[in-house]
Design a protein around this ligand. Structure first.
Ligand code: AMP
Ligand code: MN
Ligand code: MN
Length: 345
C-alpha cells in the first residue's frame, strides 16, 4: 500500500488512513518510543512489536521494545540482536524515563500489558494503540486504531510502516510474516482473508520463507513438550455429546513435565481436530489456584462471549480468560456457559 492508495476498507478505510497519518506525525515528533504488547506474547504480539521496532530503528528513532514475559523460545531466534526486553516484574519507576510515546499492539486493555500496564496513561507520555480484537475505543490512547477484520495486528503494523515510508527489509518481513501466519494458524483459520494473503505475498517477496519459518516455529519442539502433549490428550474429556472437549494441566503435571509455561502455546489448537468438537478448552494452572483458560470454536460456535462472561476476551473463534479460585467450580461454570452457547441461548 502507498499513502496514495490509502488503507483498505476492511481495515477501516479513509478514517483509518487519516488516523494512521496522524499517528505517523506523532511518531516522527516523538523523542523516544516504547513499543509493547500483551503479556505472554504470542507470534502476532511478538512479531508485530519486533517489526515496528526494527522499522523505527531504520528511521533512527530512539526506540525500545518491551514485553511482560518472554515469548516461547521458538520466537526468540527472530530477534538475534535482542531488541526486545523482557520484564517479569514491574520495572522500576524510572526504567522508561526518557520515553514520551508508547505504542500498544495486539491488545486494547492496559491491564493486558501485564507488569508494564502502569506505564499506559502515565503523565508525560502519549499512547497509540493498534489492535484487531473487537472492542471500544479508549480515551487512554491519543490514537486507537481497532480493525476487527484484520487477521492479525501484523497487517496493521505493515500499513503503519508503509505510511512511515519504511520499506520492509528481510527481518521486518519475517517478523510480520510470523505475526500474520501464527494468528491465522498458517493461513487456515476463518480469519484468513484475501487481504492477509496479499500481505503474505508481499512479505515472501521481501524475504520471508514460509517453509523455513514453519519449521522453526512448529517443528522444533522438545521431547518433554511432546510427552506433555501426549498426557494432555490422554486426559481429554468429552462432554455435551462430544461437542465440548477439554483438558486440564495442573501445577503437579506442569512442574513434573519440566516444560516452561510459554511452550504450551499451540496445545489447544491440537484439540480442534477432534471430530464433532465445537468448543475446545485448555485449562492451565499457571500459579497455584490461578488458571488460564484458552478457548477455541469450530463450525458455527463462538467463544468470545464465554470468555467475556469470565472477564476475558478475544475473537469469536479464539478467546481466553484468567480465573483464580477452585478448579472444580471453574470447570462447572465453564461447562454451563459452553452448554448455553451450544444451545444458542
Ligand atoms: P490464547 O488462548 O491465549 O491463545 O488467546 C486466544 C485469544 O484470546 C487471543 O486473541 C487473546 O488475545 C485473547 N485472550 C486470551 N486471554 C485473554 C484475557 N485474559 N483477556 C482478554 N483477551 C484474552
Ligand atoms: Mn495476541
Ligand atoms: Mn493478534
Amino acid at each position: 500500500m502507498s499513502d496514495r492508495e490509502g488503507i483498505e476498507e476492511e481495515l477501516g478505510g479513509p478514517a483509518a488512513s487519516e488516523m494512521v497519518g496522524s499517528m505517523c506525525r506523532r511518531i516522527v515528533a516523538s523523542r523516544s518510543i516504547l513499543i509493547t504488547s500483551h503479556h505472554h506474547p504470542d507470534g502476532d504480539a511478538f512479531g508485530s512489536s519486533l517489526a515496528l521496532g526494527l522499522a523505527l530503528r531504520q528511521l533512527e528513532k530512539p526506540v525500545r521494545v518491551a514485553s511482560d514475559h518472554p515469548p516461547p523460545q521458538r520466537y526468540r531466534s527472530f530477534d538475534p540482536d535482542g531488541l526486545v526486553e523482557y520484564w517479569e516484574e514491574k520495572p522500576p519507576h524510572d526504567a522508561f524515563r526518557e520515553v514520551d510515546l508508547g505504542i500498544l499492539l495486539d491488545a486494547s486493555e492496559p491491564s493486558r500489558a501485564g507488569c508494564l500496564a502502569e506505564l499506559i496513561g502515565r503523565p508525560g507520555m502519549d499512547w497509540i494503540c493498534l489492535d484487531h480484537h473487537p472492542g471500544q475505543r479508549s480515551p487512554v490512547f491519543t490514537h486507537h486504531w481497532i480493525a476487527p477484520r484484520a487477521a492479525a495486528t501484523g497487517s496493521m503494523v505493515l500499513r503503519l510502516i508503509d505510511a512511515l515510508g519504511v520499506k520492509p527489509d528481510r527481518s521486518i518481513a519475517i517478523s510480520l510474516f510470523v505475526a500474520i501466519a501464527t494468528d491465522t494458524g498458517w493461513f487456515r483459520f476463518s480469519n484468513t482473508s484475501p487481504l492477509c494473503l496479499r500481505d503474505a505475498a508481499r512479505l515472501i517477496a521481501a524475504g520471508a520463507a514460509p517453509e523455513e519459518l514453519y519449521g522453526r516455529i512448529y517443528e522444533d519442539h522438545s521431547p518433554e513438550r511432546m510427552a506433555l502433549l501426549g498426557r494432555v490428550f490422554s486426559g481429554l474429556k468429552l462432554e455435551l455429546d462430544g461437542r465440548y472437549a477439554w483438558s486440564v494441566i495442573d501445577r503437579a503435571i506442569l512442574e513434573s513435565s519440566g516444560v516452561p509455561r510459554e511452550e504450551l502455546d499451540g496445545f489447544v489448537e491440537a484439540f480442534r481436530g477432534i471430530r464433532g468438537a465445537q468448543v475446545v478448552a485448555l485449562v492451565v494452572e499457571v500459579e497455584p489456584n490461578e488458571f488460564k483458560v484458552s478457548l477455541r470454536a469450530r463450525g458455527g460456535a463462538a467463544v468470545d462471549a464465554i470468555a467475556a462472561s469470565f472477564g476475558g476476551g478475544g475473537h469469536a473463534k479464539a478467546a481466553g480468560f484468567r480465573r483464580t479460585g477452585d478448579l472444580g467450580d471453574l470447570l462447572r461454570r465453564l461447562r454451563s456457559k459452553v452448554e448455553e452457547t451450544l444451545s444458542g441461548k
